[in-house]
Ligand binder design. Structure first.
Ligand code: NDP
Length: 314
């Protein structure tokens, strides 16, 4: 029988590491299974590991690099005794207590689990795309729009996110090209009307970004007409990809309640999932705000919910 822990935290973005800081300070000796670097766009620390400058995280008036911020989060959790395993959970069994999680053949068990596995932005899967993240390519207009003041940029997608981001980005950019792969937008009517009426937005229908140009930073893209196949260059310094997100919940399928889109469901105003003793925080259960600070806030909520629940059990 393996040693039963008070709590295991799965995930190490702002939500998981904030939960680790709080549970460690509450003497719960958390074990954080932080993930492992499996590709340049999938590594411990979450989405901030893919950003450059973060200017909107409170407490850093001069800004801070995303990876540095996550190194600080982790060091703070370690200082209070959080233990880390740099691997990915491969299987879970939450059907009875203690709950069990596996990393391949090794079993770990705990009286409570905090799920903070985050979400990923869907990407175009083009060469250079990952290398240019933070150097012209972005998946977050709220985070990076400010850096494109007076510049010409493209936004890819036709849903509410893309249209909202394109409209938001007109505050900064001199011109926003919205690249839509069909002859219609998926976004709600009111958002569409707002974008179509905006003089700074040019919509390219039946169009896709097929190539990225630039070495150190983005200098342009190639557009391909999805009907005729004709290509044309477009000189832009920014590319915002807004084609949707995917929560990292594959291992929780048929285990935890989730929406059709895969986001975990939590009880209103809390981080309780449908299984007592399992808590979820951060982007894995939030498709609305998706900010580092809101993820961190929800990690704090999960730690407090977990601590109080464990106290009640004992
Ligand atoms: P959606 O799934 O709604 O839209 C994705 C868009 O990206 C679609 O237009 C889709 O095209 C396009 N797309 C997908 N893959 C590719 C690709 N490989 N290349 C080019 N284009 C592609 O995602 P959103 O993130 O926009 O929205 C998610 C949910 O959040 C929705 O329910 C939305 O309503 C909601 N939301 C609401 C907001 C609000 O109300 N203020 C703001 C933001 C989101 P196609 O249409 O051809 O499939």
């Amino acid at each position: 029988m393996s040693n039963v822990r008070n709590t295991i935290i799965i995930g190490s973005g702002p939500a998981g590491l904030t939960a680790a800081i709080y549970t460690a300070r509450a003497s719960l000796e958390p074990l954080v299974i932080e993930g492992e670097p499996s590709s340049s766009s999938d590594q411990p620390g979450g989405q901030l590991m893919l950003t450059t400058e973060v200017e909107n995280f409170p407490g850093f008036p001069e800004g801070i690099m995303g990876p540095d911020l996550m190194i600080n989060f982790r060091a703070q959790a370690e200082r209070f005794g959080a233990e880390f395993i740099t691997e990915k959970v491969t299987k879970v069994d939450f059907s009875s207590r203690p709950f069990k999680v596996w990393i391949r053949d090794t079993e770990y068990s705990a009286n409570s689990i905090i799920v903070a596995t985050g979400a990923q932005s869907l990407m175009l899967d083009l060469p250079k795309e990952t290398e240019l993240i933070g150097h012209g390519v972005s998946t977050c207009a709220t985070c990076d729009g400010f850096f494109f003041r007076g510049q010409e940029i493209v936004v890819v997608g036709g849903g509410d996110s893309a249209v909202e981001e394109a409209t938001f980005l007109t505050k900064f950019a001199s011109k926003v090209h919205l690249i839509v792969r069909r002859d219609a937008l998926r976004a709600s009517r009111i958002m569409q009307d707002r974008a179509i009426a905006n003089e700074k937005i040019e919509i390219h229908w039946n169009s896709k970004v097929s190539e990225l140009h630039g070495e150190q930073s983005l200098s342009g893209v190639t557009l391909t007409d999805t009907v005729t196949g004709a290509t044309s260059p477009l000189a832009v310094t920014g590319l915002f990809i807004a084609i949707g997100h995917k929560p990292n919940t594959a291992i929780f399928q048929s285990v935890l309640n989730m929406e059709d889109s895969g986001y975990l469901m939590t009880r209103d105003g809390s981080t309780y999932t449908d299984i007592e003793g399992i808590f979820a925080c951060g982007d894995v259960q939030d498709h609305t705000y998706r900010q580092a600070i809101t993820a961190a806030g929800s990690g704090c909520m999960a730690a407090l919910d977990c601590e109080r629940w464990l106290e009640h059990q004992h």
